[in-house]
Ligand binder design. Structure first.
Ligand code: C5P
Length: 217
């Protein structure tokens, strides 16, 4: 069975998807981390970020695994490295390239074959797994998402202004929504879940109830 969780950054997708997969004992697939991993390997191997054919080839050639909450590429733990600003920026052209998205779609389908999976991203319900048992689109207001990010940054000792976070976030959202292929949008049959004021546990409880209901019918 496949459950997809799509939505903008800061809507609580990652913590929800992780907790949901753990609760169900299912595999967890973080497709944002997969695009990030391709960007990292491209920089490492000197593949130009505008060489979309080369990037697509790379996306199919590397082995990405999710092991105990870590992201492992060709046997190397890249969990920390793929979250740096350098990689966040390099990921944008990688994720925008249609041949890379085609390659990733194949890789993601292959990884999920025959498994029970919770997968999170932007296009998982709309493009990659159109037949998923449950498709969820998690959202929260821009202010709430920016506030959460602000708190995370403060907890890491980074004093970034809330207004700055909000501006960068709306630029990212715009890029995600207007991408020519694989744009972020809810699948036609997605359940929209607003997470303003909810903690991950509330959202997970709701999703577990939906999954139980669907597996009964
Ligand atoms: O979610 P995260 O910030 O890790 O995603 C990294 C990048 O990959 C973002 O630019 C996002 O737009 C892109 N992405 C994508 N399709 C997905 C998941 C992420 O284009 N399914």
């Amino acid at each position: 069975m496949i459950v997809t969780l799509d939505g903008p950054a800061g809507a609580g997708k990652s913590s929800t998807a992780r907790a949901l997969a753990a609760r169900l004992g299912w595999c967890y697939m973080d497709t944002g981390a997969m695009y990030r991993a391709v960007a990292l390997m491209a920089l490492d191997r000197g593949i130009p970020l505008d060489d979309s054919a080369g990037l697509a080839e790379l996306a199919e050639a590397i082995t990405i695994e999710f092991r105990d909450g870590r992201v492992v590429v060709d046997g190397r733990d890249v969990s920390t490295e793929i979250r740096t600003d350098r990689i966040t920026q390099a990921t944008r052209p990688v994720a925008d390239a249609p041949p890379v998205r085609e390659a990733m779609k194949r890789v993601q389908r292959r990884m999920a074959e025959g498994m029970d999976v919770v997968t999170e991203g932007r296009d998982q319900g709309s493009v990659v797994f159109p037949a998923a048992a449950l498709k969820v689109f998690l959202t929260a207001s821009p202010e709430e998402r920016a506030r959460r990010r602000h708190q995370e940054e403060a907890a890491r000792g980074n004093g970034v202004a809330l207004a700055e976070i909000l501006a960068a976030q709306s630029q990212r959202d715009e890029g995600d929504r207007t991408r020519a292929v694989g744009a972020m949008k809810p699948a036609d049959d997605a359940v929209i879940v607003e997470t303003d004021g909810l903690v991950a546990e509330d959202v997970v409880n709701r999703l577990v109830a939906m999954i139980e209901e669907r597996s009964r019918s």
